[in-house]
Every structure is written in structure tokens, then in C-alpha cells.
Design a protein around this ligand. Structure first.
Ligand code: FES
Length: 132
């Protein structure tokens, strides 16, 4: 493996990943670990992708059909370590963990939580906002 290149030029770096100027409000992680995959995490991720792109909310490169001014970043993540709750979906900056998410739950999470700011209590396992 070669030595990773370190980009000194801040302007170049920001051009490569223009996140600093983007109006990002949420980052949604969908676990794609083995156990979550076994209960449909790929379908959950696809449902988020389709719905967010339909609403033009998904942040990313235009060349990938995403919106450079989108408010929501959607990514996979590896196992978050509680593999019997899958599919696990984590929403930041709130730090809400959703458990047993199925593709059919995705429109509700997007509409209620990501758009209207209300946690979907029936699926929320950990909601740091409710802790003292
Ligand atoms: S595989 Fe998703 S929490 Fe472990």
C-alpha cells in the first residue's frame, strides 16, 4: 500500500468535498453489517435513497443524481454492535437510533423526523434528546 497523499491546499480540498458550504442538517447511517443485511438493510437503504432523491433532499454530487444543496447525507455504516435490533438506522446530529427498521418505515422517518423534526417514537431505541 502506498503512502496516502495529504492535500495541503485547503481550497482544493474544499472543492473535492464541498460539505462546508452545504446546508446539511442530518446524517443518516444505515447499518449494512451481516445481521442487518439479513433482515433487509439494503432495501432500507434503497428506500431512503429513492425517497430522499424524489424529494431532492439527498446531499451529494449532481453526477450521481443527488443535490449539492441537499440537507441530508445518507451513508451505509458497518455494524454498530447490537446486531439483534436490525435494521439499525442512526440519525445525527440528534443521535437517535432506530431499531427494526423496514423499508416500509422509511417514508415516515423522512417525513416525521427529517422534515418535521419529530422523532418516530415507535421505532426509536435511543433518543439522546430525551435524556437529562
Ligand atoms: S449488523 Fe447491524 S448492528 Fe450489527
Amino acid at each position: 500500500m502506498g503512502k496516502p497523499k495529504f492535500i495541503e491546499d485547503r481550497e482544493q480540498l474544499e472543492k473535492l468535498a464541498p460539505v462546508a458550504k452545504a446546508p446539511i442538517k442530518h446524517h443518516v447511517f444505515v447499518c449494512n453489517g451481516k445481521s442487518c443485511s439479513a433482515v433487509g438493510s439494503a432495501e432500507v437503504k434503497a428506500a431512503f435513497g429513492e425517497e430522499l432523491q424524489k424529494r431532492n433532499l439527498r446531499y451529494g454530487k449532481e453526477s450521481k443524481g443527488r443535490n449539492p444543496n441537499g440537507e441530508i447525507v445518507l451513508t451505509d455504516c458497518g455494524s454498530v454492535g447490537f446486531c439483534s435490533i436490525g435494521t439499525a438506522v442512526l440519525v445525527y446530529p440528534e443521535g437517535v437510533w432506530y431499531a427494526q427498521v423496514r423499508a416500509g418505515d422509511v417514508p415516515e422517518i423522512i417525513e416525521e423526523h427529517l422534515v418535521n423534526g419529530k422523532v418516530v417514537e415507535r421505532l426509536a431505541l435511543i433518543n439522546l434528546n430525551n435524556k437529562d
